[in-house]
Ligand binder design. Structure first.
Ligand code: PEP
Ligand code: MG
Length: 922
């Protein structure tokens, strides 16, 4: 007979069936509970039902595999043995928790039920055992609330009206009870009050849900297991998966574990901690705890938690006792566990613990989410301490996290005089200014209209996730650094402030107030998420510091590992300087026509227009002669700023019609300058009109019809380089011919270049001038005939903007009308103008490289389309063997990181999968 499929993995008393590397099967929580148990760390005994059971459940009309029941019964027996109590037993009852646990952490997105096993039959035994009736009735109250909300309402698919959910209705009963009893806090309610309350609760449950609350331990357990599986397909979980790109098929595991209680009295507590500070990366044990509290109280942000230790105490926790002082022996044990876990996992861990009557239990460990600055600091410090090798270090910061470090902050000068409205906890770094919205739905709607919004909530809960995503930043009045808002924002690298207690945020009235200041929906507000400061009004933001020493150190490590070169697309000497500060090793694209846009370009633009509107070669040559000094000075400046690195200068590729003047005064001035009348200027302008300018008289075609245009540009480049040469500056121009589709075009232009070169050498008395002549590959025909193109080109640069446009036949300027539908209907997996379409356009690139190198083995190959700054596309460029990528100056650090990460990934793939180390026998 075939062996029954294993659905359940047990852990307890120092032994576990699972391991940390079994996350796919056991989920992150289950795998790590097993690992901690094997490491000898105190973990309440329990078991994990696998993610495969979840998948089975959804495939088979929400039914379990037949072997599950018996395996669960056996595992419950295992817990009973370790904990010395019996599930459902009247005299010595065992209580369990039931929690979700997917492969990837989905904080707060799925359900949990605690205190399972409390029934009218087990309550007396529990009271006898603990000697604490208040505690038992309180636990029962919590069980009824959680169970009815999670199992009887959400999992049953009920969707009550806003404020009418069973949880709110029960909480309302509790408020009434508190009023009657004259109690201010929950803790003021006595055992008698709570007992009476549970009776009221049960009546209410029957009344609202039309069913009694189950009074049988087994029924409670199976109800909770089913509800956790159902919560995988709850609304919040689905939205979170969409945003995070987590596949629906993964499923969640279910962890059933013996309950331990942090709310058994003042010698009990519960807490959440990070082995290092997740907001700054500082190597200090950082956390929050609450005495006499249960499970979610810390995370939910209902009470302001106490600091874990003295060294991480903040202004906010002044006056609150640290765990280090309150329970020094337990704290010491916790520190030892912290050290053990960091050494074992070699990464910052996010842990949850409970202290029951002075005894420490660990309930969770997982890799801690962190923001960009913290990720960078931890990676750099761990590499410096040789705690992790550099190949691991560079994978510890994601491109998105690095991007955060390159994000704007509030202008410090403006902040000095602004006067903060309130101070909260700095949960997510950077600065943001935006308009206030009070609900997640409004955040989404306003953001869709193109508004920058800041989502302001009393506290956030997992239902707000879409709004949090849409908002520029998040602000809450309550909650700590481990509250839901803080965790989610940090994961996404968003500017976020939590627990700004001085603020009164009223979503109903749509007001946010602090003392006399009242702000309303749509008003501007600014946040300094690094310091936790909130300002009324719109403060200016400033760009980040590219010379941040830790960033420089980290990127140097990246540079030591990457194979791909990284250049910048830069059009002016100023851009070139910025690009160098970000670490660019050259310019991969100077769009020369950009010289005629923007500030200070009026004079050269006028001359360019004259050239474009010239009616004969003679007129054109005269206009070009006027233009020449401007072009030369500009390009010389760029070559100098980037020397000794190469600068790829593209010959003019102007959309001619864009340069035709519409303004009458300019038309008149041009007419006068050319000695013709305005009507003639207009006529010439109209002649330049094209039906499809993207496929019109652009790129090399301009140089073919007007060789004198190419001649002027080449002379400007080479004379600039020759002058620099004489000044002792090693300028390295690379002349790039755009929009080519046939080798003859390159040959035609190369002849002009050779002629001008000879003239420049003669003029400057030089024997040689180092430069290259190459082409862009941005038309499919160019890619397909790359073997021929390489006969005349010394380098290729893939212009993937046009290559995508012409490969797909999608006008790059008009995709807005249809691309959103293509993405929504999953016709394309991603916008091909953002990330390279590896299947189609990628194939053209592969062919281009292969055929080009077959002709010229040392052909230098890069990319200069926008994809050069997209991490996934950069990985592709590495794999197809390009020499470099070129992207906007601010993306250069991200490209350096992405190039290092793919090099490491590549090297590891070549070595083969790492085998788990054998445990040493002690
Ligand atoms: C390209 O087409 O990819 C390119 C870099 O050129 P441009 O965007 O200027 O057309
Ligand atoms: Mg192009």
């Amino acid at each position: 007979m075939a062996k029954a499929k294993r659905c359940v993995y047990f852990f307890g008393a120092g032994k576990a069936d699972g391991r940390a590397d079994m996350k796919e099967l056991l989920g992150g929580k289950g795998a790590n509970l097993a690992e901690m148990t094997s490491l000898g760390i105190p973990v309440p005994a329990g078991f994990t039902i696998t993610t495969e059971v979840c998948t089975h459940f959804y495939k088979h009309s929400r039914r379990y595999p037949k072997e599950l029941k018996i395996q669960v019964d056996r595992a419950v027996g295992g817990i009973e043995k370790v904990m010395g109590a019996r599930f459902g037993n009247a005299d010595n009852p065992l209580l369990v928790s039931c929690r979700s646990g997917a492969r990837a952490s989905m904080p707060g997105m799925m359900e949990t039920v605690l205190n399972i096993g409390l029934t009218t039959g087990t309550i007396p035994g529990m009271i006898k055992l603990t000697g604490n009736p208040r505690f038992v009735w309180d636990a029962y109250r919590r069980l009824i609330t959680m169970y009815t909300d999670v199992v009887m309402e959400k999992a049953a698919g009920l969707e009550p009206a806003e404020g009418k959910g069973i949880r709110q209705q029960l909480e309302h009963q509790m408020q009434q009870m508190k009023q009657r009893a004259g109690a201010t806090g929950d803790t003021d309610l006595t055992a008698e009050h709570l007992k009476e309350l549970t009776a009221t609760y049960k009546k209410k449950v029957q009344e609202v849900l039309g069913k009694p609350f189950p009074d049988d331990a087994q029924e409670q357990l199976w109800g909770a297991i089913g509800a956790v599986f159902q919560s995988w397909n709850g609304k919040r979980a689905i939205s979170y998966r969409r945003i995070e790109g987590i596949p629906d098929e993964w499923g969640t595991a279910v962890n059933v574990q013996a309950m331990v209680f942090g709310n058994m009295g003042d010698n009990s507590a519960t807490g959440v901690a990070f082995t290092r500070n997740p907001a700054t990366g500082e190597n200090k044990f950082f956390g929050e705890w609450l005495a006499n509290a249960q499970g979610e109280d810390v995370v939910a942000g209902i009470r302001t938690p106490n600091p874990l230790n003295e060294e991480t105490r903040s202004d906010h926790s002044a006056g609150l006792q640290s765990l280090q002082h309150a329970m020094p022996a337990v704290y010491k044990q916790l520190v030892a566990i912290r050290n053990k876990l960091e050494r074992h996992y070699r990464d910052m861990q996010d842990i949850e613990f409970t202290i029951q009557d002075g005894r420490l239990w660990m309930l969770q460990t997982r890799t801690g989410k962190r923001n960009g600055p913290a990720a960078l600091r931890m990676a750099v410090e761990m590499m410096r301490e040789r705690f992790i090798p550099k190949e691991t270090g560079v994978t510890r910061v994601t491109p998105a996290q690095l991007d955060e470090l390159l994000h704007p902050i509030l202008d410090p000068k403006a902040e000095q005089t602004a006067g903060a409205l309130a101070k909260g906890l700095p949960a997510g770094p950077g600065g943001a200014a935006g308009r206030i919205v009070f609900t997640a739905a409004d955040a989404v709607a306003w953001a869709e209209r193109g508004e920058n919004v800041i989502l302001c909530r009393e506290e956030t809960n997992p239902e707000d996730v879409e709004g949090m995503r849409a908002a520029k930043a998040i602000l809450t009045a309550r909650g700590g650094m481990t509250s839901h808002a803080a965790l989610v924002a940090r994961g996404w690298g968003k500017c976020c402030i939590v627990g700004a207690g001085a603020l009164k945020i009223q979503a109903g009235a749509k007001t946010l107030s602090a003392d006399a200041t009242v702000l309303r929906e749509g008003d501007w507000i600014s946040l300094n998420g690094t310091k936790g400061l909130v300002y009324a009004g719109q403060l200016p933001t400033v760009d980040p510091d590219p010379e941040n020493p830790r960033l420089v150190e980290f990127l140097k490590v990246c540079d030591s590992l990457r194979r791909l070169g990284v250049r910048a697309n830069a059009d002016t000497p100023e851009d070139a300087r910025v690009a160098r500060t970000f670490g660019a090793e050259g310019i991969g694209l100077v769009r020369t026509e950009h010289m005629f846009y923007g500030e200070g370009a009026e004079v050269p633009l006028f001359k360019l227009r004259k050239m474009i509107l010239s009616g004969s070669e003679k007129e054109r040559r005269a206009a070009l002669a006027e233009l020449f000094p401007h072009v030369k000075a500009d390009l010389k400046g760029t070559l100098k700023a980037m020397a000794p690195y190469p600068v790829t200068i593209r010959l003019l590729d102007p959309p001619l019609h864009e340069f035709v003047p519409r303004d009458e005064a300019v038309q008149r001035e041009l007419a006068e300058s050319l000695g013709i009348d305005v009507a003639e200027i207009r006529k010439r302008g109209e002649q330049l009109h094209e039906t499809n300018p993207m496929m019109g008289h652009r790129g090399v075609r301009l140089g073919i019809t007007y060789p004198e245009v190419t001649e002027m540009q080449v002379r400007a480049i080479l004379e600039g380089a020759a002058e620099l040469h004489k000044e002792g500056v090693k300028a390295r121009p690379e002349i790039m011919i755009p929009v080519t589709c046939a080798v003859a075009e390159i040959r035609d232009q190369a002849d002009i270049i050779a002629r001008v070169k000879a003239e420049v050498l003669k003029k400057f008395g030089l024997k040689k001038l180092d430069f290259l002549v190459g082409t862009m590959i941005e038309i499919p025909r160019a890619a397909l005939t790359a073997g021929e193109m390489a006969q005349a080109a010394e380098f290729f640069s893939f212009g993937t903007n046009d290559l995508t446009q012409m490969g797909f036949g999608f006008s790059r300027d008009d995709i807005g009308a249809f691309m959103p539908d293509y993405l929504k209907k999953a016709i394309l997996p991603a916008d091909p103008f953002q990330t390279i379409d590896q299947t189609g356009i990628g194939e053209l690139i592969r062919i281009g490289i292969e055929r080009g190198r077959a002709t010229r083995a040392k052909l230098k190959i890069g990319i200069c389309g926008e994809h050069g700054g997209d991490p996934v596309s950069i990985h592709f460029c590495h794999r197809v063997g390009m020499d470099y990528v070129s992207c906007s100056p601010f993306r250069v650090p991200i490209a350096r990181l992405a190039a290092a990460q793919i090099a490491v990934q590549d090297a590891q793939a070549k070595k083969g999968p790492a085998r788990p180390k054998k445990k040493k026998k002690k």
